[in-house]
Design a protein around this ligand. Structure first.
Ligand code: URA
Length: 245
């Protein structure tokens, strides 16, 4: 976005209300900069990172500026969608964030019955950089299986020749690290539909539970409980592109 913005536009785009509503908030003195009320809704402000601390709305610091990225510990049973029935990942975030423009979206998806590290951003360039197959960003999953591993699955996953049912292009090589007869880490660099579940189905097994704990070199923080989220800093964003496999 540009380095300056009209105050009313900035607030409306952050989801504080329609343009007229935020204009009224400003005129009512609810928006302060360095503690002093701002009077003119159409004033231009330099949109710098310190604005988030200096600008207060209704006494609270401004929401994150556009260009935000979040890591969320996705619980089981919630859906990565803007509009499906049932609980959505967006329901775990502040209600105002749903009205942001540019909108917050998940970076890729996890199935309703998969838990773990899920990223969200309003930065389209970042989103595409993470999901682009060309970048080969590794994603690590902990799979709990219905049947014991047979021993040859790792070779098949690593071969670059495994075909998923209904597809005509083989999967890129993936890395299997067995932990026990029925649990394993699987690291993939693509994001095909239900990829991990379908990979195990392709070798005659069945995934009973699935959890993602790492993207690039970014781990799901140990102290982030299911349903909780955290803003990402620049170092954490950079870690997504540091391969760890
Ligand atoms: N692969 C799957 O099968 N499900 C997910 O949620 C993620 C990867």
């Amino acid at each position: 976005m540009s380095s300056t913005s009209r105050l009313d536009r900035l607030l409306a785009n952050l989801g504080y209300g329609a343009r007229r509503e935020v204009q009224q908030m400003v005129r009512a003195g609810a928006v302060t900069l360095d503690g002093a009320p701002l009077a003119q809704p159409d004033m231009r402000l330099a949109v710098t990172s310190d604005l988030q601390l200096r600008l207060h709305v209704g006494g609270a610091p401004l929401d994150p500026l556009p260009g935000m990225a979040l890591m969320l510990h996705k619980p089981l049973g919630v859906t990565c969608s803007h509009k499906e029935a049932g609980e959505l990942v967006y329901d775990l975030l502040p209600a105002r964030w749903r009205a942001r423009d540019p909108a917050l979206s998940t970076i890729g998806r996890l199935d309703k019955e998969t838990s773990g590290l899920l990223l969200l951003t309003d930065d389209g360039a970042l989103l595409h950089k993470v999901i682009s197959p060309k970048r080969h960003v590794p994603k690590r999953y902990l799979a709990t299986l219905a049947h014991p591993l047979q021993g040859e699955e790792g070779v098949r996953f690593a071969s670059g020749e495994l075909m998923l049912e209904g597809e005509d292009k083989p999967l890129a090589p993936a890395t299997l690290e067995p932990l026990s007869p029925t649990t394993a880490w699987l690291t993939v660099t693509e994001g095909r539909y239900h990829q991990v579940r379908r990979m195990f189905a392709a070798v005659g097994n069945h995934v009973e539970a699935l959890h993602r704990d790492r993207i690039g070199a970014l781990n799901l923080p140990e102290h982030l409980p299911p349903g909780a989220y955290r803003l990402m800093d620049e170092g954490q964003i950079a870690a997504l592109f540091e391969a760890r496999t």
